[in-house]
Design a protein around this ligand. Structure first.
Ligand code: GN1
Ligand code: MG
Length: 375
C-alpha cells in the first residue's frame, strides 16, 4: 500500500520521502490513509482517500461541491483574519489542476483519489462521556450550518440522491425484504417487523419537507462526531471534515444524526442492547453546543421537531443497516458477518429510547432556542 500511496501523492505534486503511513479505519465508505513526507528539514502530513464510487457515482460533482464549500468557508476565516488556520480543509490539485486523480489499473478498474492537508496536532473521538467535548462537537456542526447559511444551496449537486429522504430508504428496505435469503430474513425478523411498524413516524419529517413545512439549508448530512477534528491539547473543535455529502438538507438531518451517534450510552454497533439508551446529560451538552450558533434562526417547526429528529435519524440508520444486511452486506464496511444486523438492532433500540424520552428532550431544545420567525 505504501508504494501506491506514494504514487498517488506524486500525482498531487507531493515531494520528499514517505516516512510513515497508516490506514484510518473509522469511516464505513471510503478508504482513508494518513501519510507523512519529509523533504529536507520539513515534515508534511496528508490525508489520502480513495472515494467509494459505487456510493459516490459522480466523483467530479462531489469534488466540485467540496471545492466550492471549502473556498466559501475559508474566505470567511480569511476575512476575519484567520488565514492558514486549522479551521478549514485544504485540498491539493494535481498537475493538471484537478482535485482528484483518476487511476485505472491493468484490468481497467477505476479509482478516484484525492489528498488533503492533515490538520496538525488534532484528534477525533468516536465516543466520549465528556460533556465539554460533546458541546464542542455540537457547536462545530451548528456553526458549519451557520457559516453556510448564505451559500446558495440550490447550486450544489445532489451527490447521493434522496440521501436522507426516509420514504425512499423504506422503499429500498422493502425491496431487500422481498429479495433476502431465508437465513438472514429469519435472523432479522423481529427487527424488520418493528421497523415496518415505525414507518409512518420515521417518514414524518421527509413528508413535511414535501409540503414545504421545513426550510432547506446547506447541511453536512454525515454529522458523526468523528467528522470533527479537535485540538489534541485543548480538545476544542477545529474543523468539520468529510464533506462528501454536503447538500441541501434540513437542520434535523445534522442535529438528529449527530445526536444519535454521540448522545447514545453505547457505540453505534453495540450488541449489549440493554445498555443502549439516549443519554440525556449528553443530549443537553450537544443541544447547547449545536444551537448556540443557530438558535435564533430557527423556525417554530424546526424547533418543534428537533428532538424528534434524533428518533428519525436513528430509525433511518437502522433501516439502512438492515437493508444492507438483507442485501448481503454490499454497502457499509463490516468487521464480522452479522455486523449490519447488530448495527440495525442497536439503532432501533436507541430510536425507541428517544421516543420514550421526547418530553425531556423537547424541554432541553426549548431552553436553547429563541424563535424569531415562523413558517
Ligand atoms: C457512513 O463513512 P462514514 O462512516 O463517514 C455513511 C453515513 C452513516 C454512517 C454510519 C455516504 O459514513 O450516512 O451515517 O456511515 N455515509 C454514507 O456510521 O453513506
Ligand atoms: Mg462520511
Amino acid at each position: 500500500m505504501r508504494d501506491k500511496l506514494i504514487e498517488i501523492c506524486r500525482k498531487f505534486m507531493v515531494e520528499g520521502d514517505c516516512i510513515d503511513w497508516r490506514q484510518i479505519t473509522n469511516g464505513l465508505i471510503n478508504d482513508s490513509y494518513w501519510v507523512e513526507f519529509r523533504k529536507g528539514q520539513k515534515d508534511r502530513q496528508f490525508i489520502v482517500q480513495r472515494l467509494n464510487i459505487s456510493v459516490f457515482k459522480d466523483p467530479e460533482k462531489v469534488m466540485s461541491n467540496i471545492e466550492r464549500i471549502t473556498d466559501f468557508i475559508k474566505s470567511k476565516y480569511i476575512t476575519s483574519g484567520m488565514q492558514g488556520s486549522r479551521s478549514y480543509m485544504t485540498f491539493y490539485p494535481t498537475s493538471d489542476h484537478k482535485y482528484y486523480f483518476l487511476d485505472t489499473n491493468d484490468s481497467g478498474a477505476e479509482s478516484y483519489w484525492r489528498i488533503s492537508r492533515y490538520i496538525e496536532n488534532s484528534i477525533v473521538v468516536d465516543q466520549t462521556n465528556d460533556p465539554e467535548i460533546i458541546r464542542e462537537i455540537g457547536h462545530a456542526f451548528g456553526k458549519f450550518q451557520a457559516d453556510l447559511a448564505d451559500f446558495p444551496a440550490e447550486t450544489l449537486y445532489e451527490t447521493i440522491p434522496n440521501f436522507h429522504f426516509t420514504p425512499s430508504r423504506y422503499l429500498d428496505f422493502k425491496k431487500a425484504i422481498r429479495n433476502a435469503n431465508h437465513e438472514r430474513m429469519a435472523a432479522a425478523h423481529d427487527t424488520v417487523e418493528a421497523l415496518l411498524e415505525l414507518e409512518d413516524k420515521a417518514c414524518l419529517l421527509s413528508n413535511m419537507t414535501l409540503e414545504g413545512k421545513i426550510p432547506y439549508r446547506v447541511t453536512h448530512n454525515d454529522a458523526k462526531c468523528n467528522n470533527v477534528m479537535l485540538d489534541e491539547d485543548t480538545k476544542k473543535a477545529l474543523c468539520v471534515i468529510d464533506l462528501d455529502t454536503v447538500m441541501p438538507g434540513i437542520i434535523m438531518h445534522d442535529f438528529g444524526d449527530g445526536a444519535r451517534y454521540i448522545c447514545s450510552t453505547a457505540a453505534e454497533d453495540s450488541r449489549d442492547l440493554d445498555s443502549v439508551k439516549i443519554d440525556i446529560r449528553k443530549f443537553k451538552a450537544y443541544t447547547e453546543g449545536f444551537l448556540t450558533p443557530l438558535g435564533e434562526s430557527l423556525t417554530h417547526t424546526e424547533k418543534e421537531y428537533l428532538a424528534y429528529s434524533v428518533f428519525v435519524m436513528a430509525t433511518e440508520l437502522s433501516v439502512r443497516f438492515m437493508t444492507d444486511y438483507l442485501n448481503g452486506d454490499i454497502y457499509f464496511k463490516k468487521t464480522y458477518s452479522d455486523h449490519n444486523l447488530a448495527r440495525a438492532k442497536c439503532q432501533l433500540k436507541l430510536a425507541e429510547s428517544v421516543l420514550k424520552n421526547l418530553d425531556t428532550m423537547n424541554a432541553i431544545v426549548d431552553e436553547n432556542t429563541k424563535v424569531v420567525m415562523a413558517i
